[in-house]
Design a protein around this ligand. Structure first.
Ligand code: HEM
Length: 358
């Protein structure tokens, strides 16, 4: 009798495991745990091939990532009139939102994504497409962790108002207050700024485009956190119109906001914790990014379709000071822990190349 009961339990366990792992086969041959995710596979393939040029971490990928933030941050935990979060409003109400000063340059990713969004014919929401493209963009940048993707955002019925997106000449107080109002702690603000390791500016210096924020703008490595902590110099050609454009090495650009967040007592140790610690940087970024991607949405009504996101390329390099720079050039700001010891790239000082434009 005891044996029969055990056998029954074993059989039930097998059945329930099978039920848990049962996968549906999508029309294109991919398999998914939830049939609702099937619609996403061909969209991912299409944007990898045609939006990101076969899977590059270039200008289009950078723009798609920035767009996720500018759409999502129109949200407040205290003031519903500040927007409904990751809701596609930046695309749907682009006539209004592209007029906001903080959205300068956002017309680039909007223009890049317009043909793809138009071709959807409503099969997924605009809000979902923007966050999907941003998640996929990251997978093209070696070193990124595989992002999750929740599916089922509702599109905006009204634009976000002005002044929800932080700007590079805002104070740390103002940036932390705005981000805090949207639900992000200072640690999460720093975590999200790992995105600036695959980024550059086209609109800070009116004469120059594609100025990277670190020496490796196509790699999701920790160089951004190293290089923003270095003494800055004004290099010829990067003086710009406002005098804030400085960098540790020629060809690079440092945002005033990044420089100040790296040096502020509320954020400096979080900043430094990412230096030469890619695992920490990717883990903290991934969870803050996942939170940002569903701002304002009812997650209980969404489906986890993370399995449609490609596996990112691995990063095999090492955290280094750029050539000609040593530990002496670090402007240590974290009071409790010394700056990690890292080697210097051998060879002469070289200028960082501009990011080729799409
Ligand atoms: C503290 C808040 C932030 C400020 C003040 C800020 C500011 C900026 C500025 C001024 C640029 C350059 C735009 C240009 O001149 O073309 C930029 C680029 C970028 N930002 Fe941020 N940002 C912030 C947070 C974020 C977040 C949270 C993300 C993503 C999760 C993000 C992703 C990017 C990316 C990927 C680019 C590069 C775009 C490209 O190269 O086309 N930023 N950011």
């Amino acid at each position: 009798m005891a044996f029969q009961i055990l056998a029954l339990f074993a059989a039930l366990a097998t059945v329930s495991n099978a039920a848990l792992t049962r996968r549906v086969t999508c029309p294109d041959g991919n398999t998914a745990t939830n049939a609702a995710c099937c619609v996403l596979f061909p969209i991912v393939e299409n944007i990898q091939t045609h939006l990101f040029d076969g899977g590059e971490c270039g200008d289009e990928a950078h723009g798609a990532l920035r767009l996720t933030f500018h759409d999502a941050i129109g949200f407040s935990n205290t003031n519903p009139s500040l927007g409904t979060g990751a809701d596609g409003s930046i695309f749907i109400f682009q006539d209004i939102e592209l007029g906001f000063h903080a959205n300068i340059g956002i017309d680039d990713p909007i223009n890049n994504e317009t043909p793809f969004i138009n071709a959807l014919n409503g099969s997924i929401s605009v809000a979902d497409f923007i966050q999907l493209a941003g998640a996929v963009s990251l997978t093209n940048c070696p070193g990124a962790a595989r992002p999750t993707f929740m599916f089922g955002r509702k599109d905006a019925v009204a634009p976000a108002p002005d002044l929800t997106v932080p700007e590079p000449f805002d104070s740390v107080d103002s940036i932390l207050a705005r981000m805090g109002d949207a639900g992000f702690s200072p640690a999460e603000v720093v975590a999200l700024l790992a995105s600036h390791t695959v980024a550059g500016a086209d609109n800070i210096d009116p004469n120059l485009v594609g100025l990277p924020f670190d020496s490796t703008p196509s790699t999701f490595d920790t160089q951004f956190f190293i290089e923003t902590q270095l003494r800055g110099t004004m290099f010829p050609g990067t003086g710009g119109n406002q005098g804030e454009v400085e960098a540790p090495i020629p060809g690079e650009l440092r945002l005033q906001s990044d420089s100040e967040l790296a040096r502020d007592s509320r954020t400096a140790c979080f900043w430094q914790a990412n230096v030469a610690n890619l695992a920490h940087m990717t883990q903290t970024f991934s969870s803050a990014f996942a939170k940002m991607q569903v701002l304002g949405q009812d997650v209980s009504q969404m489906v986890d379709c993370s399995e449609v996101i490609p596996i990112p390329k691995p990063f095999t390099g090492q955290a280094m000071f750029p050539a000609g720079i040593t530990q002496n050039d670090v402007e240590q700001a974290c009071a409790s822990t010394p700056f990690p010891t890292i080697p210097t790239t051998p060879g002469p000082v070289t200028s960082v190349a501009a990011i080729p434009q799409s």
